[in-house]
Write a protein that binds this ligand. Structure first.
Ligand code: UD1
Ligand code: MG
Length: 493
């Protein structure tokens, strides 16, 4: 799931969809939008074998964030320019499930951003507006780009800019009066130009037809010997095409990832924004700075989440659910009123996990794929449940394992008991019918059925199915020898 609008409140879902649609209808341009994503750079400072644009933010590769934003723009197509790590980047961006047609073009060698976009020219239709993005700038908002596209209007060159306290390294926006004249790269800038604080974000919207003409005219006569995309500005000015700067104030939206430190900073900024959106919708987070969502979270009313919880995949929390501190919860539906106590790990990666109404889980519980727990089930500390269903009101409160089991209602599953579900070659099921009591420290050797109302004595190793209502005990009989004299230590010679 690459859901980009990964924050939905169950009650407000229709509302957020309506909002999204209104963004589209309000600004759906008369011209098609094609997105170019530059992703050929090396990312040396990440010091990683993984190409930079595949590093993950909120669990999603950076370049996929950019593609998700393009999808919100209703882009007609996306062209991803690959180079370094292309063999890894291309399979990801070309994987089925992207919201628009994606093509990759290779840029080898990498001779600059202008050269990069030149590679995309054959893949771009003339009738569109091209929005140029970078695969390592993950948090640009769709509404910002919509506004930029509107400024372009299908006929002008629109640049996304912002004022930076320290503009070192960035291309400066050089104006005459208010009119933008050029972008001058830091290394090419004069001392006076370096005093300019308005910088180019790396993002522009430009009519394809004009862009193609300008790209054919740029050269590499500059301090870095590179083909600069930013040189299209002076060509536009020379051609009398208006250049407009759309200035924003939010640096997070244009921040690139170049190092592990920047990746972590953006991760925190993103998580804090997500946390605030949840709180605005009524979710009570103990500390928004200690909240991590790497996927989709859907919350009903009066949900409370304590510190240091991580949500992954697709998680849904019903009304009044409480999540204790330090839980990791992935791919799980938790029904109203359930309480997940601290340090619980839920991993529902295929098949999912469900927790019923009013259930109590943890502390220190582990729910694995296929754990389906009905209402009022109690799972206590150091209990592991995998591929098992537990019907209403059943309890496994201490130190136990339930794997491949079908558990009826009101079962009490004793401390230290396990289902021996694996014979070394195959898995087998254990059936525990309603109202059964399993004593402590039992081994139920599957396949086996403990019939309704039965009781299993503590310490039993059960290998044969039992009759309804029966007491079954399968262990060495207790022997007591009266007045037993323990061996004595021999005195030293
Ligand atoms: C660029 C802009 C600068 C702007 C800054 C904002 C140019 C010449 N300069 O500078 O004005 O302030 O971004 O961050 O465009 N890439 C390729 N192939 C290449 C070179 C780069 O795909 O041959 C990709 C990189 O992987 C990266 C993006 O293009 O995703 C930007 O390249 P980068 O080298 O970071 O440009 P800057 O020098 O930062
Ligand atoms: Mg850069």
């Amino acid at each position: 799931m690459w859901g980009s609008d990964n924050l939905t409140m169950r009650e407000d879902r229709s509302l957020s969809v309506a909002k999204l649609e209104s963004v589209h209808t309000m600004t759906t341009p008369i011209f098609p939008v094609d997105v170019v994503i530059m992703a050929a750079g090396k990312g040396t400072r990440m010091k990683s074998r993984l190409p930079k644009v595949l590093q993950r933010l909120a669990g999603v590769p950076l370049v996929q964030h950019v593609l998700n934003t393009a999808a919100l723009l209703n882009a007609r197509s996306a062209v991803v320019i690959t180079g370094h790590g292309a063999d890894q980047v291309e399979p990801l961006v070309l994987a089925p499930g992207q919201a628009m047609g994606v093509r990759c073009v290779r840029q080898e060698p990498q001779l600059g951003t202008g050269h990069a976009v030149q590679q995309a020219v054959p893949a771009l239709a003339d009738d569109g507006v091209v929005v140029i993005l970078s695969g390592d700038v993950p948090l640009t908002q769709a509404d910002t780009l919509q506004a930029l596209i509107a400024e372009c209007g299908g006929q002008q060159l629109a640049l996304l800019t912002l004022d930076m306290a320290d503009p070192t390294g960035y291309g400066r926006i050089v104006r005459e009066g208010v009119q933008v004249q050029a972008i001058v790269e830091h290394k090419d800038a004069t001392e006076a130009q370096r005093q300019i604080h308005e910088v180019y974000s790396g993002i522009m919207a430009v009519p394809a037809r004009l862009l193609k003409g300008w790209l054919g005219r740029i050269d590499n006569q500059n301090a870095q010997g590179e083909y600069y995309l930013t040189d299209v500005v002076k060509l536009a000015v020379a051609d009398g095409v208006p250049v407009v700067a759309h200035k924003i104030t939010d640096p997070v939206q244009v921040a690139g990832v170049n190092s592990p430190v920047q990746l972590a900073e953006l991760e925190r900024a993103h998580q804090l924004r997500q946390a605030h959106r949840f709180m605005e919708q009524g979710v009570r987070l103990k500390d928004p700075a200690r909240f991590d969502l790497r996927g989709q979270l859907d919350c009903a009313q009066d949900v409370e989440i304590d510190v240091n919880c991580v949500f992954e995949g697709s998680v849904s929390l019903g009304e009044g659910v409480k999540i204790g501190a330090n839980c990791v919860i992935a791919n799980c539906t938790i029904a109203a009123g359930a309480v997940i106590h601290p340090f619980t790990h839920i991993d529902g990666e295929k098949p999912g996990v469900s927790v019923g109404e009013g259930a109590l889980i943890g502390p220190f519980a582990r729910l694995r794929p296929g754990a389906q727990l009905a209402a009022d089930v109690h799972i206590g500390n150091f209990v592991e449940v995998k591929n098992s269903t537990m019907a209403k009101g059943s309890k496994a409160n201490h130190l136990a394992y339930l794997g491949d089991a079908t558990v009826g209602e009101r079962v009490n599953y004793g401390a230290g008991s396990i289902t021996a579900n694996y014979d070394g070659a195959n898995k087998h099921r254990t059936v525990i019918e309603a109202d059964v009591h399993i004593g402590s420290n039992c081994v139920l050797v599957a396949p086996v059925t403990i019939s309704a109302g039965g009781t299993v004595g503590g310490g039993s190793a059960i290998t044969k199915s039992t009759e309804p209502g029966a007491l079954s005990v399968a262990r060495g009989k207790q022997v007591s020898i009266a007045n037993w004299a323990r061996p004595q230590k021999q005195p030293k010679a």
